[in-house]
Design a protein around this ligand. Sequence first.
Ligand SMILES: C[S@@+](CC[C@H](N)C(=O)[O-])C[C@H]1O[C@@H](n2cnc3c(N)ncnc32)[C@H](O)[C@@H]1O
Length: 168
Amino acid sequence: MTEMNNGPETLKGEDWAGEMGAKWLANLACFEGMIAPIGEALLRQADFKPGERVLDIGCGGGGTTIAIAKAVAPSGEVVGIDISPDLTTASLRRAKDAGVTNIGFICADGATVQLEDAPFDRLFSRFGSMFFPEPHKAFANLHSLLRPGARIDLAVWGPPRDNLGFMQ
Ligand SMILES: C[S@@+](CC[C@H](N)C(=O)[O-])C[C@H]1O[C@@H](n2cnc3c(N)ncnc32)[C@H](O)[C@@H]1O
C-alpha cells in the first residue's frame, strides 16, 4: 500500500451546518449553474420513474430534489436531507413557490438521520455525500434507510487536495 502525503483527504473544520451552508445559499444560482451539467447527467442516468420514493442526500438548495419530485410524480415522493438549516428552509420555500407538493426537506446529518417512513427505493446525491468524517458508518446508516436492492446514484468529486477552492 502506498501512503500519500501531499494533502489531507478530509476537510478540517468544514461547517456545512453553519458558515459553508450559508455561503452555498448566498451563491446558490452560481454554484448550481456550475454543476448543472453534472446534475443533468446524473438525473438522466438515474432515470427516476413515477411512484418511486427517493432520498436526496446533502440536497443543498433543493434543485435536484425538485427535479426528482417532478420525475416521480404523482404517486412517488422525495425527501431532501441536508445538515444546513438555512438550506432546508430555503429549499422548502423554493418547492412551495414551484408548486411541488410530493416533496419534503429534513435538516439532519445524513450520517445519523433516522426516518420513520423508511425504507426508500432510491438514494441520490449530487456532490452531497463526500463530507462524512466517518464514511463507512454514514453509508451504513444510509443503507439502513433503503429497501433491499435499492439503487444508489451519486456524483462525487475527487479528494480535497484536488479541489483547491475547498481547501481555502
Ligand atoms: C456541494 S453542496 C451540494 C448541494 C446539492 N446536492 C446540489 O447539488 O446542489 C454539499 C451539500 O451537502 C450538505 N452536507 C454536508 N455534510 C452533510 C451531512 N453530514 N449530512 C447532510 N448533508 C450534508 C451541505 O450542507 C451542502 O448542502
